[in-house]
Write a protein of this length. Structure first.
Length: 261
């Protein structure tokens, strides 16, 4: 039988980590970068952070996001966010990333239970993950460092081998999936993510079938696009078990399915 692999993003697919990222990024930005103490944040800051969260790609982006919200910079598209991101020099981006991960590890060390509770799993994903945890053809592929994902999964009772939790960081998810497909003799891969750009890049490899997690950090226009099939949380079990996905419309690649409508 032809080998089929599955690759699952973590944040926005398995784990709803937005409040933890808000918490860690805010402390990193205000306390460590600006060296300003604060006791509370206005609701508008939280709302602005969550609204722009879909454009995040990697860990260092979270402190950039906190900076943008704090300065009142309007972000409406991925292009807006990328332009602001690229306006920062590389040494500042590295500092943002280091401060973010330093803050995260301090929070874990000082209040492990509270930090874990800020990282709940989405309803409906725990049992399927427990069932496929030992399946060598199913991977978690994320821009979150692997050991943190492993800690969160263990906290929620999922013993997932660390060697199948892949940290993409500076390598594109498409490259990682393609490389594993080649190494393992796979002919196809299902790739579930909530970041549209990751999926669009991945579909350049004809062996990769991309799916957008409609329950994750997605914009309404991403749900309405007709380029990549959108799944609901009810489809999660079928995807990880490589079953048919009746609710996912098979939009032909390279075809404008909205034409004439």
């Amino acid at each position: 039988m032809a080998k089929s692999l599955v690759f699952l993003d973590f944040d926005g697919v398995i784990c709803n980590s937005v409040l933890e990222c808000l918490y860690s990024a805010t402390i990193a930005y205000y306390c460590k970068y600006l060296k300003v103490q604060f006791t509370s944040l206005p609701l508008s800051f939280k709302e602005g952070f969550i609204r722009v969260r879909p454009f995040i790609r990697t860990g260092e982006d979270y402190v950039v996001l906190a900076d943008l919200v704090a300065r009142g910079v309007e972000i409406h598209t991925q292009e807006d966010f990328d332009r602001e991101l690229q306006s920062h020099p590389q040494d500042r981006l590295k500092l943002f990333r280091d401060l973010f991960y330093q803050t995260r590890r301090e929070l874990i060390a000082h209040d492990f239970i509270h930090w874990m509770r800020l990282n709940p799993l989405y309803p409906g994903v725990k049992e399927p993950l427990q069932e496929v945890a030992q399946d060598p053809d199913t991977y978690i592929l994320s821009t979150k460092v692997s050991d943190l994902i492993h800690k969160i999964l263990l906290y929620y009772g999922i013993d997932w081998p660390e060697d199948r939790i892949l940290y993409s960081h500076t390598v594109s998810k498409k490259e990682i999936i393609g490389s594993i497909l080649t190494e393992r003799g796979g002919v196809e891969a299902r790739f579930l993510d909530d970041q549209l750009d990751h999926l669009r890049v991945a579909m350049e490899d004809s062996r990769i079938s991309p799916f957008l997690a409609g329950w994750g950090y997605v914009k309404r226009e991403w749900i309405e696009q007709r380029e990549i099939p959108v799944l609901s949380i009810a489809d999660f079990r079928a995807l990880v078990f490589k079953r048919p996905l009746p609710s996912a419309l098979p939009f032909p690649r390279g075809t404008d399915t909205l034409a004439g409508k």
